[in-house]
Design a protein around this ligand. Structure first.
Ligand SMILES: Cc1ncc(COP(=O)(O)O)c(C=O)c1O
Length: 381
């Protein structure tokens, strides 16, 4: 007889997923209904409206895609970029690199704007990259870079892209729900996010929003969309109240969870939510300084919900994180890409952004700091 799988839940303070709110877990456990049931359509309509509120947009095409944040990325890239088109991609971390890889895979001619990992993309650098390439069709960038903890200035980058008439494609996987994301005001043409960061839902859904410019680009394509599952011209028919054509079996229980996660965020209120993330980040940074630890990113460009901490030379990265996990049941992240082995990543996202979690983490880090010293750093005797 096989037994059920019962995880011992650690406190998730890494780069995602974040701790899922109890109310979301109980929403998900409700009985499944059919994806073509009228009740499901009502659920979908409410999710669309709540996503519009959170994204601060009137865009009709604002829906959650079935799949993780990477599905949202591929949907934006595959639907909006055609082979041979010039695409400027801003890269200051691993997720910017992914955007560039993804654009190349659909045949885009990628022009990179690079900044050091830990620094923000300068709007001027973007302008200089665009000047010799005025026929650029799209500009892609990551709003909150989870690999480095940098918040790029989405408003300024969109303004530069629009000086050149380019479409803007923005990764808001980590930023949405933790910092302001003003899709209409900032002129973001296409945006994607994820359910498992500041929305505190399980991974597996990717909210996206396309404005009229992006939809026009999609409908006027010369080449076919190089994906069946992520073809937005078909998916949008399922999410459109007047057409409702079956596309795929929507993950209904995951949608219950997203509905609850969005309700929680909107009931708390956008301002209160942002302030809670800021407050937790302030307490964390002061505590880290008291422990003699240094943040990678300057205060001006720090993403409140994701903090990168430089690993001191005397400390063993893996031993430190193992102590947190094994003795304190706290998960934090290690560095990835160019920052592998160089930083720890602490996520205080959504339901994880609580003062008591920060205190618990700082206590655990203080202990781990003393017990994860490299052999050479230990005091003799
Ligand atoms: C900024 C950013 N973009 C994209 C992704 C990819 O999302 P997912 O892992 O849900 O596919 C992540 C995941 O951590 C992310 O942080």
């Amino acid at each position: 007889m096989k037994s059920s799988f019962t995880p011992i839940p650690p406190l998730l303070l890494g780069p995602g997923p974040s701790p899922v709110h109890e109310s979301v877990l109980s929403a998900i456990s409700q009985p499944t209904i059919g994806h073509l049931d009228k009740q499901c359509f009502a659920l979908m309509n409410e999710i669309k409206q709540m996503l519009q509120q959170l994204f601060q947009t009137q865009n009709a095409l604002t829906i959650p895609l079935s799949g993780p944040g990477s599905a949202g990325m591929e949907a934006c890239i595959a639907n909006l970029i055609e082979p041979g088109e010039k695409v400027v991609v801003c890269i200051n971390g691993a997720f910017g690199q992914r955007l560039a890889d993804s654009a190349r895979k659909v045949g885009g001619h990628v022009i990179e704007v690079n900044a050091d990992w830990g620094c923000a993309i300068s709007p001027n650098a973007l302008r200089q990259a665009l000047q010799p390439h005025t026929d650029t069709q799209s500009v892609c960038f990551v709003h909150g870079e989870t690999s480095t903890g940098v918040l790029n200035d989405a408003q300024a980058l969109c303004a530069v892209a629009h000086e050149f008439g380019a479409l803007t494609i923005v990764d808001a996987v980590t930023s949405l729900g933790g910092v302001e994301v003003k899709v209409d005001e900032w002129g973001i043409d296409a945006i994607f996010s994820g359910s498992q960061k500041c929305l505190s839902c399980p991974p597996g859904l990717s909210p996206i929003s396309f404005n009229t410019r992006a939809i026009n680009k999609l409908t006027q394509r010369k080449s076919p969309i190089p994906s069946w599952f992520l073809d937005l011209s078909m998916i949008s028919n399922y999410w459109n109240e007047s057409s409702r054509v079956y596309h795929h079996t929507a993950p209904v229980n995951a949608l219950y969870g997203l509905h609850q996660g969005l309700s929680n965020a909107l009931n708390e209120g956008s301002n209160a939510l942002m302030m809670r993330h800021l407050e937790c980040n302030d307490i964390l940074v002061s505590g880290l300084e008291a422990l003699g630890l240094t943040c990678l990113v300057d205060k001006a460009h720090r993403l409140p919900q994701l903090t990168t901490i430089q690993i001191p030379d005397d400390t063993d990265d893996k031993a430190f994180r193992d102590i947190l996990m094994d003795e304190y049941h706290i998960e934090i992240g290690g560095g990835i890409g160019a920052l592998a082995g160089k930083v720890w990543r602490v996520g205080l996202m959504g339901n994880g952004a609580r003062v008591d979690n920060v205190t618990r983490l700082l206590d655990a880090m203080s202990h781990a700091r003393q017990h994860a010293l490299r052999p050479t750093a230990k005091q003799p005797g």
